[in-house]
Design a binder for this molecule. Structure first.
Ligand SMILES: NC(=O)c1ccc[n+]([C@@H]2O[C@H](COP(=O)([O-])OP(=O)(O)OC[C@H]3O[C@@H](n4cnc5c(N)ncnc54)[C@H](OP(=O)(O)O)[C@@H]3O)[C@@H](O)[C@H]2O)c1
Length: 411
């Protein structure tokens, strides 16, 4: 039975991307031919293409096509697809994917599911139809295999025992305990290595881990739903939502990918938010963090009384930086600050935000509550700037995301 999710992802992302590559850069070959496949009975034939990346028949494709998977990048893309399955589930570990290739065919794949459980490489090796097939095969893995004992034994040892011919790595591990060591260990064991394949894509799989493992500070996302004129609130007698349902669903997806959500005390008093993930099957509930100077929070507040109340932490009288340092020590690798104005202002003033995700609704609110309060930058040149800016529409709402760069760090 094909894995529907992987198949759909392949149709949506990998094949169009590969087509683009083929049209623009031509690094991939395509075999064109007619392929037919039966769904359930011999009479039920439908035009389809077989995708070696996901190992599925892609029925909805209107054209018959088989990807030639000899390209190193195609194989790494397949490993990235595996890694993506673990996003939001693996913290404080990174999301990693792996595929094993023989004779230009993917014969096994694996992804890291949860901290403490086997790493992606080991999952892929365990998934081989027979263990000796690793001998002489190539392993593609999105992140450098570990070379130290952590929650599990070092993956390099398993790879060496598997007698692989070659290991292709997306990105080296920023963890100072690893940081390139796997290359020399594998090379000394006679295994060829290559690294830096689709490096940026592989690096971006783990922005939170990459920061936390080096600094022990969580990766911080500033998120807000705002009106076109930059306001954070609607009149008190109205529902508090500014953005539409599709934007809010996207927010839940984001929440499902972070370890914690943080808000200021006033947001708890005014909105009584739940700050849970809803509508994302299988999602982990993030921790809920409240910062307050006064400690004055309504005892009946939902986050203090609901089914997840054990996952709520209230920090009284601590600076935001100290709160984040404390969370980092507790292996919280990512925090999404969801407001309000004062808390977001302080986060930007102290240069604590790494990424912005603002949803803008086509409304003009007016009034005093701006999105970002605080002291602000002294000049435009000192203002935080967004890099890698992306826009996405959700109905009439617009989502703008970007990586924050502070003046001192802009090249
Ligand atoms: N549209 C959106 O996406 C969105 C999201 C969230 C909130 N909102 C709106 O934003 C409004 C609230 O914004 P706001 O600016 O008034 O308040 P806020 O930022 O939610 O909360 C401010 C309060 O947070 C506490 N605080 C902030 N920084 C702190 C720190 N470093 N250490 C300790 N405590 C700290 C203080 O709490 P104490 O007063 O308890 O001492 C402060 O009064 C609400 O009306 C809400 O509806 C909108």
């Amino acid at each position: 039975m094909p894995d529907e999710r992987v198949r759909d992802d392949c149709i949506r992302k990998i094949l169009p991307l590969s087509l683009l590559y083929a049209l623009q850069y031509k690094p991939l070959d395509f075999h064109i031919g007619s392929y037919w496949h039966t769904e359930s009975s011999p009479s039920n034939f439908r035009a389809a293409s077989f995708c070696h990346l996901c190992g599925n028949w892609l029925y909805p494709l209107p054209f018959p096509m088989v990807l030639n998977v000899s390209s190193t990048e195609s194989m790494m893309l397949a490993a990235i697809r595996e890694a993506e399955r673990g996003i939001g589930q693996t913290s404080p570990n990174p999301s990693v994917g792996a595929v094993i290739v023989r004779d230009d065919q993917i014969i096994s794949r694996g992804w890291h599911k949860k901290a403490g459980e086997p790493h992606a490489e080991v999952e892929a090796i365990r998934g081989l139809p027979s263990p000796e097939l690793s001998k002489g095969a190539t392993l593609f893995v999105t992140l450098e295999p570990c070379s130290t004992h952590g929650r599990t034994p070092p993956c390099v040892e398993t790879i060496i025992r598997g007698k692989f011919k070659r290991v292709v790595i997306g990105t080296l591990d920023p963890n100072p305990a690893h940081a390139g060591k796997a290359l020399s260990i594998l090379n000394s064991a006679g295994i060829e290595t290559e690294h830096g394949v689709l490096e940026e894509q592989c690096r971006r799989l783990n922005l939170a881990f990459n920061k936390w493992i080096v600094t022990k500070m969580p990766f911080v996302i500033a998120k807000a739903g705002m009106t076109l004129d930059g306001r954070l609130t609607r009149p008190h007698h109205e529902p508090r939502w500014i953005t539409n349902e599709a934007s809010r669903h996207d927010t839940h997806l984001l929440r499902s990918r972070v370890d914690a959500i943080l808000v200021g005390g006033e947001t708890v008093r005014v909105d009584d938010p739940e700050l849970t993930v809803r509508g994302i099957p299988g999602a982990r509930q993030p921790y809920r963090i409240v910062v307050t100077q006064s400690g004055n929070l309504p005892p009946a507040a939902r986050i203090l009384t609901d089914a997840y109340k054990d996952r709520t932490c209230v920090f009284v009288g601590r600076s935001l930086r100290k709160v984040l340092e404390d969370l980092g020590q507790k292996e919280i690798t990512s925090v999404m600050i969801e407001g309000g104005m004062r808390t977001l202002g302080e986060a930007f003033d102290q240069q604590l935000v790494d990424q912005v995700c603002f949803y803008v609704a086509p409304l003009l609110g007016g009034g005093p509550k701006l999105v970002v309060g605080g002291l602000g930058a002294g000049s435009t040149a000192e203002s935080p700037q967004l890099m890698n800016v992306e826009y996405r529409r959700f109905g009439d709402d617009l989502r703008m995301t970007g990586d924050v760069k502070y003046a001192a760090t802009i090249a």
